[in-house]
Design a protein around this ligand. Sequence first.
Ligand code: ADP
Ligand code: MG
Length: 329
Amino acid sequence: MNKKHFIFIPVILFLTAALFSGCTVKKSGPISRTGFYFDTVISIAIYDSENETILDGCMKMASHYDQLLSAQKEGSDIWNVNHAKGKPVTVDSDTADLLQKALYYARLSGGRFDPTLGGVSSLWNFNGQTPGPVPAASDISSALTHVGYQNIELSGNTVTLKDPDTQIDLGAIAKGYIADQIKSYLQKQGVKSAIINLGGNVLLVGSKPDHEEFTIGIQKPFADNSTYITTVSASDLSIVSSGTYERYFEQDGKKYHHILDPSTGYPVENHLLGVTILSKLSVDGDGLSTTCFVLGLDEGMKLIESLPDTEAVFITDDDQLHYSSGFPQ
Ligand code: ADP
Ligand code: MG
């Protein structure tokens, strides 16, 4: 993982909580918990309850979904499918729901978003203390022959890989889905004011206890983690970003980032630095942030304009911001 992740997440949580939202209804302030799941730092802050067991419940859910959906964790649903050599595998209904969503974005983007990039993405090392190096071209091209979302057959809760060497990777959309599940758990517990932050994927539960909107900062690419290019004031909204600055390494003076072009197996190069999606559901925000990044500014913006209740800001490498027509500025 890029070091920046470690610093940014607490910053966005505590800054948004303390400075931006500035909520002081409860004398003791919000209760919050930080953990490390899905290869990133997550934080949950609850503003209208002091019941720590609700936070315990959130962390238990994070651990459960990490174990269910991670391609790297032996025995997870995704690991089981990837190691079944093409045999049918029965998965949890959550896994099936999420796969369904991933396939929806794969079809919508004509395969530019592709949940079967696992064989290629595992060749790249964007995590850890020493990310890199660039994989061998021959390894990328042979892994690419097994990429193709049409290789996933999903029938009810049964998943079959038509190509036994295809590898599923839901990293581009899982955090959004999990955030939505945590939100509905919080709501069932009676929480009406909270911020769920899964590695920079932010999902707002309600508004601040005084009914004012939360204000969330959108990070400036490659800048100091507390430097924002813009802020969004909202309640009950998902704010999800995908960017070249999130996970990357440099080799021979060139930056390599973690959003891959399924037609080449290499990082997408289209003059975008980042895309932030505003949506009701975080699974859609997460799916769309990666999809729009791969589609690029023109096609991505067209897609956003065609979708109801969905807004976006694209950041290009000339540091310009491009807002969709209904973006709350
Ligand atoms: P993050 O997970 O860092 O918040 P994203 O939501 O944009 O960022 O997801 C990027 C991850 O998705 C990559 O690390 C990789 O696992 C996977 N991925 C990369 N390119 C694609 C793609 N074109 N389609 C689907 N998944 C992708
Ligand atoms: Mg995404």
